[in-house]
Design a protein. Structure first.
Length: 266
């Protein structure tokens, strides 16, 4: 570092930035401080961060610092598909049960739960239901009952650490129907308990309207259009709808939106 202008230090850091562990960088900056103007060091700090990220160092830190922290450690994105017809059949029964575990710091998908469910009251799917959801009879025949699927959801929640009282998580749905109407209604019909973690959620339509100032009348299609996002997969596929919800949430988070519970306590 014989060059008083600091050029030798800049050249050294520039060529070797990717080799520096991140925890060494503050020491490097301290060594360079007497030689370099403060403005130059600040600018170089961002260059080093970009170089580290390009080589896989500090990538998660870069993702976390790109938008405000959320109130929850995890968002559990859920979107049921159910038996249906015109006119509507009663009772409706859940036939697709998908959940995406979304990291609240990075807004990336970390884990997936996805099962099809055997309907018992109306075991035969209607042509309308298959056309709407893309779910054919063979996809539900022989599948677990709702009670069995709920037991597996609980096992998955435990395995993912989501039942730990210190971990804050909340479900996210496109509307209130899934957890206000569909699940509690079918559980009541079948005499099944509803787990407490299903009793609070975020309605993405409400969150979007708070963030964007307009109500998405056509749900996911309007939200994707409003955010200039490409729709993922097939509309009314439960797992594809979950992916769209996650993508919309990530986009809103990067714009600085903080998600809050929208449901009223049971």
């Amino acid at each position: 570092v014989s060059d008083a202008s600091g050029c030798s230090m800049i050249a050294l850091l520039h060529t070797g930035a990717a080799k520096f562990p991140q925890h060494f960088l503050p020491r490097v900056r301290q060594a360079a401080c007497p030689l370099l103007p403060a403005a130059l060091l600040r600018g170089y700090g961002s260059v080093v961060s970009r170089k580290l990220a390009s080589h896989g160092f500090g990538a998660s830190m870069a993702a976390m610092s790109s938008f405000p922290p959320q109130r929850y450690h995890y968002f559990l994105v859920l979107d049921f598909e159910a038996t249906c017809d015109k006119p509507q059949i009663h009772p409706q029964e859940i036939i697709e049960f998908p959940i995406l575990k979304l990291n609240g710091r990075t807004m990336e998908i970390e884990s997936t739960f996805h099962m099809y469910v055997q309907p018992v009251v109306h075991p035969q799917l209607t042509p309308f239901c298959t056309e709407l959801t893309g779910i054919i009879q063979g996809m539900v025949d022989g599948q677990p009952s709702l009670q069995q699927v709920l037991e597996r959801v609980d096992e998955w929640m435990a395995k993912e650490g989501l039942l730990d009282p210190s971990v804050k998580s909340i479900f996210v749905t496109c509307g209130d129907w899934d957890l206000k109407v569909m699940l509690p209604g079918q559980c009541q019909y079948l005499g099944l308990p509803v787990a407490d973690y299903f009793k609070q959620w975020i309605n993405l339509k409400k969150a979007y309207s708070f963030a964007m100032g307009s109500w998405p009348k056509n749900g996911l299609l309007d939200m994707n259009k409003g955010l200039n996002l490409q729709h993922i997969g097939r509309p009314h596929s439960g797992i594809d709808d979950c992916k769209n919800i996650a993508n919309i949430m990530k986009t809103l988070a990067h714009r600085g939106f903080i998600f809050k519970q929208t449901s009223k306590p049971f």
